[in-house]
Design a protein around this ligand. Sequence first.
Ligand code: GLC
Ligand code: CA
Length: 541
Amino acid sequence: MEKKVDWWKKAIVYQIYPLSFKDSNQDGIGDLNGINSQLGYIKNLGVDVIWLSPVYQSPMDDNGYDISDYLSINPIFGTMEEMENLISNIHKRDMKIIMDLVVNHTSDEHQWFIEAKKSKKNPFRDYYIWRDQPNQIESVFSGPAWTYDETTNQYYFHLFSKKQPDLNWQNTELRTKVYRIINYWLDKGIDGFRLDVIDLIGKDIESMKLSDGPYLNQYLEEMYHYCFKGRDIMTVGEMPGLSIERASEITNQEKPLLNMIFQFSHISLDEQPGQGKWVLKKLNLVEFKSVFEKLQKALFEKGWNSLFLTNHDQPRAVSRFGNLSYRKKSSKMLATILYCMQGTPYVYQGEEIGMTGVKYKLSQYKDIETLNMYNEYLKKGLSHEKIMESIYAKGRDNSRTPFQWDDTAYAGFSKVEPWIDVNPNYLEINAKKDLKEDDSIFNYFKELFSIRKKYQVFDYGSFELIYPDHSQLFIYQRTNQNESILVIGSFSDKEIEVDLLKYEKYHCLLSNEDTINLKHAVIPPYYCGIYYTKENHYANH
Ligand code: GLC
Ligand code: CA
């Protein structure tokens, strides 16, 4: 029996980081009208849903993830009217839009916090978390998670910057207000949310249980009940600290709290376990494959995966997992390996043209996380060179440089100097050039997405790794009752011979260079291919 395939399972999601996508009024900052002017480009890729990073009112301490008013638009991005116009134009093109919901914390410039700070008796005091004495919890952005406030002689809690005080989700009135905000935007006609670090809202400070805390399920159930239930929307929760098992529970479709979540186990493999994201470790492909296998299997039956390698917090995928000497081939290979799995594909702006990371001078970096970490590590005694290595590998600004539209000044992003420097490789790498080339990455992504939509095996086919212990080839098979695909990706710059004779009847649907012969398979460097058969595959085994 074919399972029900909801629209959000089939959807291709494209993430826009508004600061860096397209500047329409020449102030060096991307904006809503800029996005509006490029909807044709996005649609042409085969995108169904746009995820817009925050555009709400904000002092921009963390580039908009510090919200000072949830119900208004930051003037650097545009006006509410322009936002409504954008929503309606996205819908006219038969696409949908989800917004970022940042409700673990607000900005310290939010009216609630301004009030809360005034006195211990203020009606908004309990919307935030206050203590006479801090405990040892540290901020994700370095330093203690507690900041002293003179007016009332107490410390307030912030897991991110001190300009991002955490909301006290245990306060019922606060929760009610958050649900109202959610409903305000849904009533305006948006199609869902990406929920920022939503694994943190159930935290218990005393026991220091932060991610996936004791109240998480209760609050998610409440939110579902008051906001999501009965609406035809999609929800994706960012949950960096969640286990794969819990991911499967939370996305269980018999009792869905969220449609899918961003789970982080596959992107933590190039850091030393327990030492945070900056302490680098070489990626082990066997480990990488086995995490995907675990995710695919755990969420296969009841839950649902989101497929991503990068976003505005992660380095560029091709710089991190591919090989810049094979930039185009390895960009396509990564996309093929990722997007042929079960789940909803996410593309981060620029990924579809193979944009790369940057190696800037310290003074060119803007990201608060990067700069705080730099100062902290310097104090700890690490050398400038050593810290820069981590920034090149992991810094969030790698993905936040302006979108490279063409080879004119500032890459066609703006006519004036942008808020962050353009990657100097824009003459070589830009959308206009890529689209003209025979081996265009954009066109490859487009083809890949249309193939994904065409064959049912992509929706609910099972997942089996082939040669799980091979250290350079990522090969897997997916199968349903009458179709089977074999997906091959090489992470090597050398040719590799491998026995795939069993699959000789499969024919190639798409590959990043000439099809190989599966009878005597020699896999070229960074090769990828999708092979397909319609026969009853069970006969082969
Ligand atoms: C999420 C966002 C990130 C932000 C953080 C705090 O991880 O993706 O950009 O800094 O939450 O809001
Ligand atoms: Ca602008």
